[in-house]
Write a new protein. Structure first.
Length: 255
């Protein structure tokens, strides 16, 4: 069995990096999964084969989307027998979900750290720069999420849990920045609601900007940096009920 990817279609060419100089080293997930195959030559055969199937599935998802994903194309790209696929995944959905799990793990690991040292505008802006860049870099891989979620609605519950945990992290950061010891239960619920809604807004904005862009919206997005700044302004207004201090925005150039 050939344990290097033999791709009859060739892997999709890496899309250009976003025009955000602050995030020039953005992870390209299909490329990283392929690199893991190359680095696994001394790993056990079972590990190598699973990595090959993950990389091939990611490449197929990026090239054709989930609706057109087939097991035959996955194994052809990986250079494996069809029967081998079923030793690792029961169906195409589970292979796509494994890619999604890898995507989310890479995203979490790649997120910028050290936001506590920044002011609120800087921290929000840097995180939006990251997400805009990450979505732009991996837009084609994400394009099939809608069809996958429709087939596997349990993934929606998982996404809800992830977003709720993320909102909780953001809430603790807000409380810390405001020097509060604790919130009343009513205030905590209200702030959590604000955070959950702004996360939904941001997710939808990124989906429309990069995954399924409406033509008129595309005309008003002048750059990735502009999108990140507008998203940051909306985040700030929703969370703090005011516009950011111009001095806070200016200070980001010195971080």
């Amino acid at each position: 069995m050939n344990l290097s990817i033999t791709n009859p279609h060739s892997l999709a060419v890496n899309p250009p990096l976003p025009d955000n100089n602050a995030m020039e080293n953005v992870v390209y997930v299909p490329g990283l999964l392929e690199e893991r195959v190359r680095l696994a030559q001394n790993k056990p055969k079972r590990t190598r084969t699973r990595l090959m199937l993950l990389a091939a599935t990611a490449a197929e998802l990026e090239q054709s989307g989930y609706e057109a994903l087939t097991i035959n194309n996955i194994v052809a790209r990986a250079g494996l027998a069809r029967g081998t696929f079923y030793l690792y995944f029961p169906n195409r959905a589970e292979a796509a979900i494994a890619v999604r799990r890898s995507f989310m793990a890479i995203l979490r690991k790649s997120r910028p750290r050290g936001g506590a040292k920044l002011n609120a505008w800087q921290a929000i802006h840097r995180m939006n720069q990251f997400y805009v860049s990450f979505y732009a870099r991996n837009a084609r891989l994400l394009a099939g999420n809608g069809a996958l979620f429709h087939e596997r609605p349990d993934l929606l519950k998982n996404r809800d849990q992830v977003n709720h945990r993320w909102a909780g992290i953001l809430l603790r950061d807000m409380v810390r920045r405001e020097g509060l010891n604790r919130l009343t239960p009513e205030e905590e619920k209200r702030r959590m609601l604000s955070l959950r809604l702004v996360i939904i807004m941001a997710d939808e904005a990124l989906r429309n900007a990069f995954i399924d862009p409406p033509p008129y919206l595309s005309q008003v997005i002048t750059s990735h940096e502009d999108l990140a700044e507008v998203l940051t302004t909306l985040w700030y207004r929703c969370l703090y009920g005011k516009d950011p201090d111009p001095a806070d925005k200016t200070a980001q150039s010195n971080t």
